[in-house]
Design a binder for this molecule. Structure first.
Ligand code: AKB
Length: 332
């Protein structure tokens, strides 16, 4: 394998990973708090190395190895992989949809150039690689209700374009170089542990914080905007499951996964069952609304369910209860 000119110590060999060993996992970027918890529980604290360009919260720092890594620095990445005998790479670094539209050059660098570095490192060192994709990889000409795994993908955001690129490049490296590339298209992910991060589905996280803290919520999408969503625990479990799935169960390398679909109006109604005094107003953000209107309304994840047994645990009532309990306990 050599799509990239190696300038020094060119004698690398593919490290083959025995399935009986624990993998040595490197996780890049955000989402690391929750991901690390799950992976460390499964593989042991020292077998999971977190990395980012920002300092992690102290409980993450103290729970196992954390390392500075800039995915735009190829040599630094390579050094980390070699020195730590990494066998799995879980690549979360990316700019999301709304923030990507606000800074296209940065989104292009992180989401596309960064991905190229990750792909080359993973292929060179025989790593199993996970890269998340998204409902944002579809666009206005895709079937929206439901959206299958294979259909027209012409997204209108740099985020979506970069994710289609990641899907195609990962699959190409799989066929061309044998890279063990695995990819899930996430719906909007709802988590109490991390703050909204510049996405179009952020309203579905923000509502819980505002409902508990102020009793008022201003929604930036129209009340009838339907989008696929998932609770973080389901998302992380799906990711671990697809990473652990035997290769012969995977009939494809990029799968849709889903749990539920709802509109702001339906979410508000469910939250108001617990907090009847919650006041909701709508002030539509036209950029986010245009993005949401081009995304899937319902996501067909039947291939994931059939091939490797994907099954979600959280539906809308359970999600709302869990989020309110979690945020409520933090503010008490
Ligand atoms: C976003 O809204 O940009 C993300 C996503 C659906 O990928 N949450």
């Amino acid at each position: 394998f050599s799509p990239r000119q190696v300038t020094s110590d060119a004698s690398f060999h593919s490290v083959s990973f025995s399935e009986t060993d624990h993998p040595k996992v490197l996780i890049t970027g955000d989402c690391i708090t929750l991901t690390s918890f799950l992976y460390r529980k499964r593989f042991g604290n020292n077998n999971v190395i977190l990395s980012d360009i920002r300092k992690p919260p102290s409980h993450v720092f103290h729970s196992g190895p954390f390392i500075y890594s800039d995915i735009l620095d190829y040599k630094n990445l390579r050094e980390i992989v070699v020195n730590n005998r990494i066998t799995w790479l879980v690549h979360y670094s990316a700019l999301l949809s709304a923030v990507g539209e606000a800074n296209v050059p940065l989104a292009r660098a992180v989401n596309i150039t960064g991905l190229h570095n990750i792909l080359d490192i993973a292929a060179e060192h025989g790593l199993r690689l996970f890269v998340p994709s998204t409902i944002g990889a579809f666009g206005p000409t895709s079937p929206r209700n439901p959206t299958p795994d294979l259909c027209v993908q012409r997204p209108r955001t740099i985020y979506g374009v970069s994710k289609v690129h990641a899907e195609l490049m990962g699959e190409y490296y799989h066929h061309r170089y044998g890279l063990d590339f695995r990819c899930l298209r996430y719906p909007g992910i709802i988590s109490a542990d991390s703050q909204p991060g510049g996405g179009t589905t952020d309203y579905a996280v923000q509502i819980f914080h505002d409902a508990v803290k102020t009793g008022k919520f201003e929604c930036n999408l129209k009340p009838d905007t339907r989008l696929p969503m998932m609770y973080i625990d389901d998302c992380l479990r799906a990711t671990l499951e697809v990473m652990e799935a035997p290769a012969d169960t995977l009939s494809m390398r990029t799968y849709n996964i889903n749990a539920m679909s709802f509109t702001p109006e339906e979410l508000v109604q469910e939250v108001q069952k617990q907090l009847p005094d919650l006041e909701v107003t709508y002030d539509v953000d036209t950029v986010r609304q245009a993005i949401a209107d081009s995304w899937p309304m319902n996501f067909d994840d039947s291939n994931a369910r059939n091939d490797w047994g994907w099954k979600h645990d959280y539906d809308l009532p359970e999600l709302v209860q869990t989020m309110l309990n979690f945020i409520g306990s933090e503010t008490r």
